[in-house]
Ligand binder design. Structure first.
Ligand code: FEO
Ligand code: CA
Ligand code: CA
Length: 548
């Protein structure tokens, strides 16, 4: 547990290029290589905050703070119905009770982000995807998308999947999903599958927003530098396009709305196309929606959509952030002559929104990932995971203070909220969730190839789960993940006493499937291959925190 003492004198750290440019002399010292061990003190200064922090760990297991325990809810390939199994690499979670009077039974939405061909079909590492068979590609396509699960807490207090409930279903790489837009997208009204489903959000009417992040890995990308009418295809890493030639890159990279009751989905074109990490919805007093979304790539941007009608995710305008000016810049072609010169229409602007944003002076950021609203201050918090080529190894959390309380205005102030570093005990913040008492919980995303190895990351051990208490100004490490894994998708039950959490990509650096080459055997142990899974964390210290 550590009192964080740096934010008072840190300015905004997350602009890509700031460190490389050397315009802030102290920044490289604070947020670059560290060799000091992370040293968390065990208790809060007042003694009131009930969770005692753990030190960094490098074990192939989940290590939790005293007074907390975890249970397995579901893991990769578990059957969820007569025909479907739970997908790979689970990420974003959202728990929606069926009935507000009974918080112990409802839908759990789960994102399945990306496939690892080694585990899914035994396809060897570093092998040209062009020699992959259609059967191997089809297996990978089945594993992405999302799961809709019927779960409940049983009489023993254990959360369980209701097996063979007709509410259990899958969306995957084959699900046909219409584009919510009056015009076709690369000649089609619908696209095959949803993929790259990283983080997300929930709408006020109880649907899920699932975000297509690294879509280029599946079907590649289009390069428009030679002209809009004949884009050049850039090959994907997974090679799916060789068997599905009409699944164009433009069909992916959208925010997708899913109704958990029916499984119906639509791709929301108005929110633009990029590596969406998340989509966080705010409802203004007049019923208009403001949706924030980060584009998780080095030097990309933060966007916000403001609807022109109450409750619409279609009609409205998309904006991008300029951090220096503290302004949201309209991406509407009718308001921006420079966009008119470059693009034929608004559909083209939204498909190539990164290019449009850059033309208008959007600020490049250090991998904007998750976004949450601080329930106490109303501020918008954004994780900036890192930007290694620019010298930001440890990342930070950005605070945006909107000029208007309903968030529909176009001016804001921003500052660093928390900065990763050995003094803080964390690096590379990614997903966030506020508990019902206003504590900020967040996960870290150090890559498997660098965790415990690279000089910048060694002292942090495995990826972790952390909680920040504003009153005591404390950051506490609550949990440590198995080898190579990342905790993702933290989501609290309505009473705050159960924390649903994804364990993603354990053993991702495994060289082959032979037991000695596997870098993790979690959760089954022995010689078993690793599996992503959803767990539930609970215990007396969480109960005490909720009673404070
Ligand atoms: Fe899929 Fe941005 O993490
Ligand atoms: Ca993420
Ligand atoms: Ca991440």
């Amino acid at each position: 547990m550590k009192k964080h003492n740096r934010r008072s004198f840190l300015h905004f750290l997350g602009r890509a290029g700031l460190i490389a440019a050397g315009s802030t002399a102290f920044t490289p010292v604070l947020n670059a290589c560290n060799t000091k061990p992370v040293q968390n003190s065990p208790i809060s200064k007042t003694g009131k905050f009930p969770i005692k922090g753990i030190l960094p760990q490098s074990k192939d297991e989940i290590v939790l703070a005293e007074g907390l325990s975890w249970q397995m809810l579901i893991k990769w390939q578990d059957p969820i119905s007569a025909k479907d199994t739970f997908g790979f690499n689970n990420d974003y979670l959202a728990y929606l009770p069926f009935d507000q009077k009974n918080p112990n039974e409802g839908y759990l939405w789960v994102n399945h982000e990306y496939p690892d061909p080694l585990f899914i079909s035994g396809f060897p590492r570093k092998t040209d995807p062009k020699i992959k068979t259609k059967e191997q590609v089809d297996k990978e396509m089945y594993e992405v998308g999302g799961s809709i699960l019927h779960i409940r807490k049983n009489s023993k207090g254990v959360w369980e999947l209701v097996k063979n409930s007709d509410k259990n279903r899958r969306l995957n790489g084959f699900t046909m999903i219409p584009f919510e837009w009056p015009h076709s997208i690369r000649g089609k009204k619908e696209g095959m599958g949803t993929l790259g489903n990283c983080a997300g959000g929930v709408t006020p009417w109880g649907t899920i927003l699932t975000c297509e992040e690294n879509y280029q890995d599946c079907y590649g990308e289009s390069d428009y530098s030679g002209g809009a009418d004949n884009p050049k295809h850039l090959d994907s890493d997974l090679g799916w396009e060789q068997y599905y030639k009409e699944n164009y890159p433009e069909h992916y990279g959208w925010v997708v709305e899913v109704n958990p009751k029916t499984g119906e989905a639509k791709k929301l074109i108005s929110l633009g196309r990029c590596a969406h990490e998340c989509a966080k919805v705010w409802t203004a007093k007049d019923g208009r929606l403001v949706v924030y979304t980060g584009d998780d790539k080095n030097d990309e941007h933060i966007y916000k959509f403001i609807s022109s009608k109450p409750g619409s995710l279609v009609e409205g305008k998309l904006y991008v952030a300029n951090m220096e000016k503290g302004s949201w810049i309209s991406l509407n072609i009718d308001e921006q002559p420079i966009l008119k010169q470059k693009f034929k229409n608004q559909t083209e602007v939204l498909i190539r929104v990164r290019e449009a944003a850059k033309l208008l002076g959007a600020t490049p950021l250090n991998r904007p990932e998750d976004i949450e609203f601080d329930p106490i201050t109303g501020n918008v918090l954004v994780t900036l995971t890192n930007n290694i080529p620019k010298g930001d190894f440890l990342g930070s959390i950005l605070k945006i203070e909107e000029g208007s309380s309903d968030k529909t205005g176009l001016s804001f102030k921003s500052d660093t909220f928390l900065a990763g570093g050995p003094e803080m005990g964390f690096a590379c913040p990614d997903n966030m969730a506020f508990d019902p008492k206003g504590n900020l919980w967040f996960t870290s995303d150090m890559s498997g190839s660098m965790m415990n190895k690279n000089e910048h990351y060694k002292s942090f051990g495995n990826n972790g789960l952390f909680v920040f208490n504003a009153k005591e100004d404390l950051v506490v490490q609550v949990a440590s993940a198995p080898m190579d894994a990342e905790f993702t998708g933290p989501y609290f039950s309505p009473d705050g006493k159960s924390l649903f959490l994804s364990i993603q990509h354990p053993g991702e650096t495994s060289k082959s499937l032979s037991p000695e080459a596997l870098s993790s055997h979690w959760p089954d142990g022995g010689n078993a291959m690793p599996r992503s899974a959803v767990i539930v964390i609970s215990g007396p210290v969480l109960d005490r925190l909720m009673a404070m």
